[in-house]
Design a binder for this molecule. Structure first.
Ligand SMILES: Cc1cc2nc3c(=O)[nH]c(=O)nc-3n(C[C@H](O)[C@H](O)[C@H](O)COP(=O)(O)OP(=O)(O)OC[C@H]3O[C@@H](n4cnc5c(N)ncnc54)[C@H](O)[C@@H]3O)c2cc1C
Length: 383
C-alpha cells in the first residue's frame, strides 16, 4: 500500500517508526498521543515476530542492573493499570517468580544476581528448596534453592502489542504493513529518509525498532550494534486444573513458564540444540528441539511427565553481545533513535521502554528512567 503525502502531510511525518512489534507499537502510541504525526512501517504483519511469539514473562529478577530501572519502573508504575490505559485485558498477573537451582553452581549464580539487584532496590531473596516447594509444591526434590521475587509476573504479549497498536491508530498514527525498510538517509546532516521497497518516506525523527533486522538498517548510516538472531522455543500444554500463579525459571534460563488463566501452561526455553537442525533456517518458526526441552522440565516437575503438549513454535530475537538492549539517540545521526537488541527479554520492559523512547525522541536531553547504560556507543574493540 502506498501512502499519500496528504495522509502524513506534505513534509512527511513528524516521526517514522520502523517495526510493528511491541516496541514499535508502544512507541507509536506514546508519540501519537503527544500530538506527533506518526508513520509505522512494518515488513510483514503487526505482532508477527518475537512480540507475537514470546512467553509473556514480566520479570525484574535476574536482569542486568543496566536494565533494571526499566523493569522496576514498569512493574511499579505501568503494568498494573496498562489494561485500563489500553482498553484491553493484558492478563497481567503479579504473583512472583521462582528461579530454580539444582546445583551449588546454580545457587551461586542466583545469589550473585539477587545481590546485585538488591543493591538497586529490588525485593528479591534466596529461598531454600523446601521454602520454594512451599510456594510451589509441584517441584521435585532436585531443587536445592531458588531466588524469589514476589513482584514479578506475566502478561499476554498478543493482547499487549495489539492494544498498543490500536491505541496508536486511535491517536492518529498511520501504519503501513508489507513494506520492507532497506536503509536510512540524511539531509543536511540529520536523519530524513527511510528507503523501502515501496518508495522513500520522510520524517524529522526515525525510530529503528525492527528486532534482529535493525542492525542492517542502521549499518546504512554507518552505525553498528553487535546483535545476532537467536532462536527460542515455546510450547503450550493441554488445559490443566489451576496449579499455581507464579512464573518459574531456572538459573541457566533453559526453561521458564507459567500457567495461563485458561489452564494451559506456556513453557519456553532454549535447548542449545537448535543449531544442529539442518532445516531450521528454511522453517524458522517451527520448534524442532522441544522434546529435549521437555526432558529438562520434567526433572524439575515430575508430575508433568504425562501432560500433553498441544502446540509449539519457535521465535527469533535480537541477542546483543553484552546481553542488554540499545535504547539511545545517535549523535552522529541527529533525529535517529534506536530501540533494539532486547536479547530475549524485551516484552516485560516494553511499556517502560516506550516512555524512554518518547522522551528521547521529543527532547533528547534526558529521560525520566535511567537508561544511561544502554547507549549505542558502549561497545569497544578488545584492548
Ligand atoms: C520464543 C520467545 C520467548 C520470549 N519470551 C519472553 C518473555 O517471557 N519475556 C520477555 O520479556 N521477553 C521475551 N521474549 C523477547 C521478546 O519477545 C522481545 O524482546 C520483544 O518482543 C521485542 O519486541 P520488538 O518490537 O523489539 O521486536 P519484534 O517483535 O521482533 O518486532 C520487530 C518488527 O520489525 C519488523 N521488521 C523487521 N525487519 C524490518 C524491515 N526491514 N522493515 C520493516 N519492518 C521490519 C518485523 O517484521 C517485526 O514485526 C521472547 C522472545 C521469543 C522469540
Amino acid at each position: 500500500m502506498l501512502i499519500s503525502t496528504e495522509t502524513i502531510g506534505k513534509k512527511g511525518a513528524d516521526a517514522i517508526v520502523i517495526g510493528g512489534g511491541v516496541m514499535g507499537c508502544a512507541a507509536a502510541y506514546r508519540l501519537a498521543k503527544e500530538g506527533l504525526s506518526v508513520l509505522l512501517l512494518e515488513k510483514t504483519e503487526i505482532c508477527a515476530d518475537a512480540s507475537g511469539r514470546n512467553a509473556g514473562g514480566v520479570r525484574q529478577s535476574a536482569r542486568d542492573v543496566r536494565e533494571l530501572p526499566l523493569a522496576m519502573y514498569g512493574v511499579q508504575n505501568i503494568w498494573p493499570a496498562l489494561g485500563e490505559e489500553l482498553g484491553v485485558d493484558v492478563e497481567y498477573v503479579r504473583e512472583g517468580n521462582l528461579r530454580l537451582g539444582r546445583t551449588e553452581a546454580h545457587l551461586e549464580k542466583l545469589k550473585a544476581l539477587a545481590e546485585s539487584s538488591k543493591k538497586v532496590g529490588l525485593d528479591v531473596r534466596m529461598v531454600t528448596g523446601d521454602e520454594a516447594r512451599e510456594i510451589c509444591p509441584y517441584m521435585s526434590d532436585d531443587v536445592l534453592g531458588a531466588s524469589w521475587c514476589p513482584t514479578d509476573g506475566y502478561a499476554n504479549p498478543l493482547h499487549t502489542t495489539i492494544g498498543f497498536y490500536r491505541k496508536a491508530l486511535a491517536y492518529g498514527a498511520v501504519a503501513v504493513t508489507g513494506v520492507t525498510v532497506l536503509g536510512l538517509g540524511k539531509a543536511k546532516g540529520r536523519i530524513r529518509y527511510v528507503y523501502t521497497d515501496n518508495g522513500v518516506y520522510e520524517a524529522g525523527r526515525v525510530l529503528v525498532a525492527a528486532g534482529y533486522a535493525s542492525r542492517a538498517i542502521v549499518n546504512t548510516v554507518g552505525i553498528d550494534v553487535p546483535v545476532e538472531r537467536e532462536d527460542e522455543e515455546v510450547f503450550v500444554t493441554e488445559q490443566l486444573p489451576p496449579m499455581f500463579d507464579q512464573v518459574l525459571g531456572t538459573a541457566e534460563a533453559d526453561f521458564y513458564g507459567h500457567q495461563t488463566k485458561h489452564g494451559s501452561f506456556l513453557l519456553g526455553g532454549v535447548s542449545g540444540l537448535q543449531h544442529f537442525t539442518s532445516n531450521h533456517d528454511d522453517h524458522p518458526t517451527e520448534a524442532y528441539t522441544a522434546p529435549s526441552l521437555v526432558r529438562g522440565i520434567i526433572r524439575f516437575f515430575p508430575s508433568f511427565a504425562n501432560v500433553k503438549i498441544i502446540r509449539c513454535w519457535s521465535g527469533q530475537f535480537d541477542t546483543c553481545v553484552d546481553g542488554v538492549p540499545v535504547i539511545s539517540n545517535v549523535e552522529e545521526a541527529p533525529g535517529l533513535t534506536l530501540a533494539f537488541a532486547f536479547t530475549g527479554h524485551g516484552f516485560g520492559i516494553s511499556p517502560a521502554v516506550s516512555i524512554a523512547v518518547k522522551e528521547l525522541m521529543l527532547d533528547g536531553a534526558s529521560t525520566s528512567i535511567d537508561i544511561s547504560g544502554l547507549r549505542y556507543d558502549r561497545f569497544k574493540a578488545k584492548q
